[in-house]
Ligand binder design. Structure first.
Ligand SMILES: *Cc1c(COP(=O)(O)O)cnc(C)c1O
Length: 384
């Protein structure tokens, strides 16, 4: 079989890794009480491809899918997804009627939003309470009124309240006092909701980090994003779970050449060779979502060896130090991947540029092509 011309630079996503991670998460949360697993696929599946990841997650047993926007939820329905699906970040003018018609559960943060949703008729609504993140959701002083209105609307048959939920501020720091405080506040909210006559089917608080680190926060359901993609939800605090990073970003070297001691590399000459060396040109830059801050800090893997990025990352390209070697054009470069071959991981890149692994995978894209492989079917397919 003749290989097609390999792409200049691409994202490869291993759906077998996603399925593996979803099964790991299901095992982690399966305790004495049944806990449902929602896999969060917002923001194009954290850069991995929403529709493909969603199908893999369902295949591996995800009970729910979660997204931020109604548009994301409708795109999943258009792609054929039929299972329980929640969205949670509406903006004025959003089409609740389309969501309800597509059997998407929506989230209300306020009385006004609840009235707007109820006007559609027949909506399945979850209520979000702010327990201390001070982001979305009803603030504590409005919980009573929100629950009273929701209860009235439900009695009138205009909505069904299917869930009550909240979101943690510091779940990746298990000893942070906000965790206890928010969990206690959430229990208060649930008690208040019960006294208003609400009987939500799912009560949920935990994201990936809390699902893994805080059994008391699991309630009826956990909402896992980052861990489903195989990235560590709480670097330094997570127990070993055997998650497998699903994303590899790879490219083909465009050229390699010799430079002399004292030569400056890339814009501004922020790096100069202190001895004669060789450098290689990689056709990916901040136009592909490679962080510009990776200049002089991150590494890329070139033909089996980790090589430092030298000088500034440009819009379309970056330069690596090849340490005197001159690999030919077309040589494989991996910016980050699962780490199995010694290549850097998204976590390594996050540390190099002082961000979180979420941002590394979610922002990568631009002109990169993306393909999905299944290493259960084609072993090693992602590293070809
Ligand atoms: C994105 C998101 C999640 C997933 O968080 P992870 O840390 O990726 O597991 C869960 N819940 C809400 C409300 C979110 O916005």
């Amino acid at each position: 079989m003749s290989d097609p011309v390999p792409p200049r630079a691409e994202i490869v996503v291993d759906l077998a890794a996603v399925r593996h991670n979803v099964r790991v998460l299901k095992d982690v949360v399966a305790g004495a009480a049944p806990v449902q697993l929602m896999v969060v696929v917002k923001a194009d599946g954290y850069g991995h491809g929403m529709v493909e990841v969603a199908a893999a997650a369902r295949a591996a047993g995800a009970d729910w899918l979660g997204v931020a926007t109604i548009d994301e939820a409708l795109a999943l329905r258009a792609a054929g997804d039929r299972g329980p699906l929640l969205c949670w970040l509406s903006a004025p003018g959003d089409d609740f009627a389309a969501a309800v018609a597509a059997d998407v559960e929506v989230t209300a943060y306020s009385e006004e939003e609840l009235e707007e949703i109820a006007a559609v008729g027949g909506a399945r609504v979850q209520l979000k309470v702010d327990t201390g993140l001070s982001r979305g959701g009803a603030p504590r002083r409005l919980w009573h009124d929100l629950f009273a209105v929701a209860s009235d609307l439900e009695r009138e048959g205009r909505i069904t309240v299917t869930g009550i939920w909240s979101h943690l501020a510091a779940s990746d720091e298990p000893d942070h006092p906000a965790n206890d405080a928010q969990e206690e506040a959430f229990r208060d909210a649930l008690a208040l909701a019960a006294s208003a006559g609400l009987e939500p089917g799912v009560r949920h608080l935990a994201n990936s980090a809390a699902a893994v680190l805080r059994p008391s926060a699991r309630f009826d359901l956990v909402r896992c994003g980052i861990a489903a993609y195989g990235l560590d939800p709480a670097p330094g605090a997570s127990p070993p779970l055997g998650l497998r990073p699903a994303m590899t970003v790879r490219a083909r070297l465009v050229m390699s050449k010799e430079i002399a001691a004292g030569d400056g590399v890339s814009y501004g000459h922020t790096w100069r060779a202190d001895e004669d060396t060789t450098v290689g040109l990689v056709p990916a830059g901040y136009g592909e979502g490679v962080p510009r801050a990776a200049g002089n800090t991150a590494e890329a893997w070139v033909d089996g060896v980790r090589r430092p990025i030298r000088g500034r990352v440009c819009m379309d390209q970056l330069v690596v130090d090849l340490g005197g070697e001159l690999p030919p054009p077309g040589t494989e470069v991996v910016l980050f991947g699962p780490g199995d071959l010694g290549e850097p991981t998204a976590q390594d890149w996050a540390e190099a540029v002082d961000t979180i692994n979420y941002e590394i995978v979610t922002r990568i894209g631009g002109r990169l092509s993306r393909r999905h492989v299944d290493s259960d079917v084609t072993p090693g397919g992602h590293a070809r």
